[in-house]
Design a binder for this molecule. Structure first.
Ligand code: ACO
Length: 336
């Protein structure tokens, strides 16, 4: 039964990352680069890499379990699991594997693909199910293991990416809606600037009929173009989401951007007039973890006590597609 008028709270978080780390110095034994170049151009010092025992679904399940515990719930309470990922263990979807691993037997589970925007797109999607009264408790996970798809001989991309998972629990409230505003965008004309694409060749089957045989190719990216795109478009989409929330930049406690490059984070903060100390960043230790980066940085800030219930956060994701989007929300369950 659909109940209109239900509000949504973004109530609790959790995260998980592989233990194995790869430092810039170690990377410079693989490709021609240096710790100094990588730190100056990106802000990254190290990144975590999934080993063979760290599957996408095991990382996502660990993050999800932590978020459910932080919400004071059990896996049985979850109605929907939404897994934002571009690197599933199984192309048919990994959300169901997560469902089985965490024991959320009642939950329906499916994947959502929007690359580095996946968490923000997922947050908005999850909120719609809650607002309509269809589901009351949603586990949203952003998780990626891009290290599986990196060309380790391409210094323009292999220095950037790391692996991880982050999760939040969204809950229905009878009171105020804590998702205050959002704006999502896509532009397939720019698809060529960042791809992890299937490439195949025709395989004759019978007279006049072929199938296509091939495989996904490693990540290719035009870094400069993506950089320019991010610095131009992210402030714009954040301003639009704030406008929809009827808030000014000065009302925001935290700017939580997709962790792609510290220079992008700083440039976007400067354009919006947000002081650096209100910009959350975990780039130095994790690199770009794609759909995981926003909830991973959020969870660390929550666990440090930096982000407090009631704080207003603007989160923005951007990446392959190209896709980009922003969501303004109030953190935690605060009854007023
Ligand atoms: N070490 C040393 N030198 C390097 C390296 C490296 N790792 N990588 C590139 N260089 C060299 C280049 O060859 C070039 O040399 P040249 O001038 O002799 O030709 C020089 O450094 C400058 O190269 P640029 O590509 O202009 O370097 P830039 O300052 O743009 O930094 C970077 C590159 C870090 C990739 C940057 O462009 C960037 O962060 N772009 C955005 C990426 C991004 O945000 N992606 C987001 C989405 S990810 C997703 O959706 C999955």
């Amino acid at each position: 039964m659909v109940q209109a008028g239900v509000g949504v709270a973004i109530a609790a978080s959790g995260s998980a990352a592989p233990i194995a780390a790869l430092t810039n110095d170690q990377l410079s034994t693989i490709v021609e680069t240096s710790d100094e170049w990588i730190q100056t151009r990106t802000g990254i010092r190290s990144r975590r890499l999934a080993q063979s025992e760290d599957t996408l679904s095991s990382l996502a399940a660990a993050a999800g379990t932590a978020a459910i515990a932080a919400a004071g719930l059990s896996a049985d309470d979850i109605d929907l699991i939404l897994l934002a990922t571009s690197t599933p263990d199984d192309l048919f979807g990994s959300a169901v594997q997560v469902q089985a691993q965490i024991g959320a037997t009642r939950a329906v589970a499916f994947d959502l693909t929007a690359a580095c925007s996946g968490f923000v797109f997922g947050l908005v999607t999850a909120a719609q199910f809650v607002r309509t009264g269809t589901y009351r408790r949603v586990l949203l996970i952003g998780a990626d293991v891009l290290s599986r798809w990196v060309d380790w001989s391409d210094r323009g991309t292999c220095i950037l990416f790391g692996d991880g998972a982050g999760a939040v629990v969204l809950q229905a409230t009878d009171g105020r809606d804590r998702l205050l505003g959002f704006e999502l965008r896509s532009d397939g004309q720019l698809n060529h600037t960042l791809k992890l694409a299937f490439q195949g060749t025709p395989q004759p089957l019978t007279a006049g009929v072929t199938a296509t045989a091939g495989r996904y190719q490693p990540i290719i990216m035009n870094g400069r173009e993506v950089y320019r795109f991010a610095v131009a478009k992210v402030p714009e989409v954040i301003s639009k989401a704030l406008f929809r929330a009827d808030l000014a930049t000065s009302d925001i406690d935290w700017l939580l951007l997709h962790q792609a490059n510290q220079r992008i984070l700083d440039a976007v903060a400067d354009r919006l007039g947000v002081p650096r100390e209100q910009t959350l960043s975990n780039l130095a230790d994790y690199g770009n973890t794609s759909a995981a980066s926003i909830p991973l940085a959020l969870d660390a800030a929550v666990r440090r006590g930096q982000v407090q219930p009631g704080d207003k956060i603007v989160a923005a994701g951007f990446g392959a597609g190209l896709t980009w989007g922003a969501a303004v929300f109030e953190w935690g369950v605060v009854e007023t």
